[in-house]
Every structure is written in structure tokens, then in C-alpha cells.
Design a protein around this ligand. Structure first.
Ligand code: NAI
Length: 210
């Protein structure tokens, strides 16, 4: 598989395929044609075929796609075959929501620790983690394998905490703070901004005249 040459647009669609295929598996569906998948997902069958051709097709003429096989292959492409340790910095509304949401765990994202600078929150259990003082962050990262750090703290503190994490060797940041992080190129940053999504919806409401 030559994942490096696959366009970002295709990669962006893979989690959605993965989710649909997971649901099909839960419903006991063993195989599906690109036409059926297309109807369910509201993506054209040719788009589906084109997307899957990037990875060598997966399908068989006259049979369609083996749902479990495709699910596992896409999971592997997305790096979901192994678990990912995630720490959370900021135990407020957003940090709590993440830590309490058990579905991430099912997908292999394991929240291993949560940090905050508010002493009132220390020792509180959130999900499967106990809130630790942010001063413990350095020691924790040195002693544990931390793949992803979720930043759920105010935007004023996010750049400094991100830089510290990067200095400690963390290579992937899941950034919820509404600020652009200026980090070295080899650090992967995935920004999540619900407000931007809402603004896009607002634009579409305006555009459609409803
Ligand atoms: P919050 O105020 O409930 O929680 C923030 C937590 O961070 C607090 O517990 C605070 O003690 C802690 N904190 C502050 N400075 C810190 C530091 N230097 N080190 C460690 N902990 C520190 O805020 P909320 O509602 O959870 O929002 C968190 C962030 O997420 C904010 O930047 C907010 O703008 C952003 N946000 C992003 C959304 C998105 O779609 N990406 C949606 C909602 C909020």
C-alpha cells in the first residue's frame, strides 16, 4: 500500500467509511456492493470505487466488498490497529467531555492522564483518570509513552503548554484551544474548532434562505 501518495481528500473521507463499515458489521452485514454503500453514505459509487482503488481496490467483481476485511484494512490505514495513549491538559468542560466519552476508548484512544493548574480539581476522578497538577506534566511525559496531547485549556496558555510538550518529545497535538499553534514542522497538529463548523452551518443557512 502506498499511503504516502494518497490525497488528503481521500484520507479525510476514510474515517466516515470506517464508521459506516463498523455499523454494517454491528448489523451482521458481511458484504456490500459499492452501489449499496453509495446509497447509505450518499457518496457516488464511482467515488467509493475510486477511493478504494487508492488502496488496491479491496472489492471483488460480482461480490462487492467484504465488510469486515474493508473495515480492518481502513482501520490499518488510519493507524487504528494499535492503541494510542492520549493525555489531556485542562480539566474543564471540554477536557471532561473528552475524558468521559467512552467511545474514544473503543476506537483505541486511551486517555491515560489529565492535568490542570487548578488545585481544586486535583485528585478528582474524571473518566478513568485522576486530575494531576500540571507541574507533574514533565515527569509524567518522561516516564510514560504519550502519543497525543489534547489541549483543552484557555487559548492564552495553549502555545506555552504546547511548546513544553513538544520539548518533551510529544509529536501529536489535538488542539481545542481557538488559536493557531506555531510548532516545528515534524509536530502533527489537528485543530478541532466547533465554532468554525457552526459558522459554516450559519453560512449554509444564509445561502439556502431557510
Ligand atoms: P474551562 O474554563 O471549563 O476549562 C479550562 C481548564 O484549563 C480549567 O480547568 C483551567 O483550570 C485549566 N487551565 C488553565 N490554564 C492552564 C494551564 N496553564 N495549565 C493547565 N491547566 C490550565 O474551559 P472549556 O470550556 O473547557 O474550554 C477549554 C478550551 O477549549 C478553551 O480554549 C475554549 O475556548 C476551547 N473550546 C473549544 C471548542 C472547540 O470546538 N474546539 C469548544 C469549546 C471550547
Amino acid at each position: 500500500m502506498t499511503e504516502k501518495s494518497i490525497s488528503r481528500a481521500v484520507i479525510k473521507r476514510l474515517p466516515r467509511y470506517y464508521r459506516y463499515l463498523g455499523e454494517l458489521m454491528e448489523n451482521g452485514i458481511v458484504r456490500i456492493s459499492s452501489m449499496e454503500l453509495s446509497e447509505r453514505m450518499k457518496v457516488t459509487a464511482s467515488q467509493i470505487r475510486q477511493d478504494f482503488n487508492n488502496f488496491g481496490g479491496f472489492g471483488q467483481q460480482g461480490y462487492g466488498y467484504n465488510v469486515e476485511y474493508l473495515y480492518k484494512e481502513i482501520g490499518m490505514i488510519l493507524g487504528l490497529e494499535s492503541t494510542h495513549n492520549v493525555i489531556i491538559i485542562g480539566a474543564g468542560n471540554v477536557g471532561r467531555a473528552l475524558a468521559n466519552y467512552s467511545d474514544f476508548n473503543k476506537r483505541g484512544f486511551v486517555f491515560t492522564a489529565i492535568f490542570d493548574n487548578n488545585p481544586k480539581l486535583w485528585e478528582e476522578n474524571i473518566g478513568s483518570c485522576k486530575v494531576q497538577p500540571v507541574d507533574m506534566l514533565e515527569e509524567y511525559v518522561r516516564e510514560h509513552k504519550v502519543e497525543i496531547a489534547a489541549l483543552t485549556l484557555p487559548k492564552e496558555s495553549a502555545p506555552q503548554v504546547a511548546a513544553k510538550l513538544v520539548n518533551l518529545g510529544v509529536k501529536a497535538i489535538w488542539n481545542f484551544a481557538p488559536t493557531d499553534l506555531n510548532l516545528p514542522e515534524d509536530v502533527l497538529v489537528e485543530n478541532v474548532h466547533l465554532a468554525e463548523s457552526l459558522m459554516r452551518l450559519s453560512f449554509r443557512i444564509k445561502e439556502s434562505g431557510i
